[in-house]
Design a protein around this ligand. Structure first.
Ligand SMILES: *Cc1c(COP(=O)(O)O)cnc(C)c1O
Length: 369
């Protein structure tokens, strides 16, 4: 599905040197590279404050911890997402309210969001799934009307942008109050282990987020908040700072591969290709087909038989997971989420994919009868 080996080979001299510098300085925690990377990422994305942390799941947890929320406050999330988005809500004693998604964009459905808002709703977490921005303008309008925080789960979409009806363009993760990012190796900007970051334009919130991620302290051994320990280590920051310079190039490679798929398999009778929103760019962290007529698993086996990997993101709605059963009534069902869990199939897309590989994949797809 991804080719991290060849990507590393190309950047090896630079990355190895950056790592060597960290090791020579033995500045493994809070080395200067951490702060340099935070600043460079702030500049890249156009956000005022970047606070790095241990991983993308922590980023969402810390974002929620930095808001003044109380037990059982309701947080609205799309049901079709990775577990991390809702897990941390439950972990903090808040109440995840799962809503359906749009079948074309895979992102939170605006009317479902609107219908789910109650007086105890405090925040919404739109997820920019597979690399495409959620429809942020109506989300921000609803949030403003009802006094909700907007926390973007930008784990899959770093580098995507969204254009408002007035022409203003912003990058994903910098649109809501807080944006949460993951540097898991397969994400758009991946490190050599775990890493994450939180974006905000709000200086006060940024200070609180930094404290939460650092044991609730601003001054060493003075703990004003119950926090946690979540850090991006210096080695990862040094690697990320190198890879950030290639992010645009890597995003272009993904888009080029997606365009190849768009054109070459547009006539497949058994599958629908992913839609691109006209007012947002898609970073194609995943290229996800919807396979018709219940043939998804059959297609996956067929591809596997021809040596082509594919993945199902995600096979089971979160409200059907044992861990989250207490948040829904028996038999709770969201039709689009159900349909997507049964029909989605992500095919290989990454920064090193070339036309030879793409053609093998599309020819195999075309030969599926
Ligand atoms: C990867 C991912 C996360 C979590 O990131 P980690 O760094 O693995 O903790 C959260 N949400 C979404 C949508 C993701 O894809």
């Amino acid at each position: 599905m991804v080719d991290l080996r060849n990507q590393y080979q190309k950047l090896k001299p630079e990355i190895n040197q950056a790592m060597q510098e960290v090791m020579d300085a033995t500045s493994f925690i809070k080395g200067r590279q951490v702060f340099e990377f935070e600043q460079n990422l702030a500049q890249f994305t156009g956000t005022k404050h970047v606070i790095s942390c241990g991983n993308g799941t922590d980023a969402i947890q810390i974002a929620l911890m930095a808001l003044d929320l109380r037990p059982n406050d309701e947080i609205i999330v799309p049901a079709f997402t990775y577990v991390a988005t809702i897990e941390v809500i439950a972990l903090l004693g808040l109440k995840p309210i799962m809503v359906d998604v749009n079948p074309e964009t895979f992102n939170i459905d605006i009317s479902a969001l609107e219908n789910a808002i109650t007086p105890t709703t405090k925040a919404v977490i739109p997820v920019h799934l597979f690399g495409q921005c959620s429809d942020m303008e109506p989300i921000l309008n609803l949030a403003e009307k009802h006094g909700l925080y907007v926390i973007e789960d930008n784990a899959q979409a770093l580098g995507a942008d969204y254009t408002f009806s007035n022409g203003l363009t912003k990058q994903t993760g910098t649109i809501g109050h807080i944006g949460c990012n993951s540097f898991f190796p397969t994400k758009n900007l991946g490190c050599f282990g775990d890493g994450g970051a939180i974006f905000t334009d709000d200086a006060q919130l940024a200070e609180k987020i930094r404290m939460v991620a650092n044991h609730g302290q601003k001054q060493k051994y003075h703990h004003d908040l119950v926090g946690c320990n979540s850090r991006l280590d210096t080695l990862q920051a040094a690697i990320l700072d190198i890879k950030l310079k290639y992010l645009n190039e890597h995003l272009e490679a993904r888009q080029k591969a997606a365009s190849f798929y768009d054109e070459d398999i547009k006539d497949l009778a058994f599958a629908e290709l992913p839609l691109r929103m006209p007012n947002a760019t898609h970073t194609f962290n995943q290229y996800t087909l919807k396979v018709k007529n219940g043939r998804r698993d059959e297609l996956q086996s067929y591809l596997a038989g021809h040596g082509i990997p594919s993945m199902i993101y995600y096979p089971l709605p979160l409200y059907k997971q044992v861990a989250f059963s207490e948040y829904v009534s028996l038999g709770f069902k969201l039709p689009v989420t159900e349909y997507l869990c049964q029909s989605v199939l992500s095919i290989p897309i990454h920064t090193e994919i070339d036309e030879t590989i793409l053609t093998t994949i599309t020819n195999t797809l075309k030969s599926f009868k």
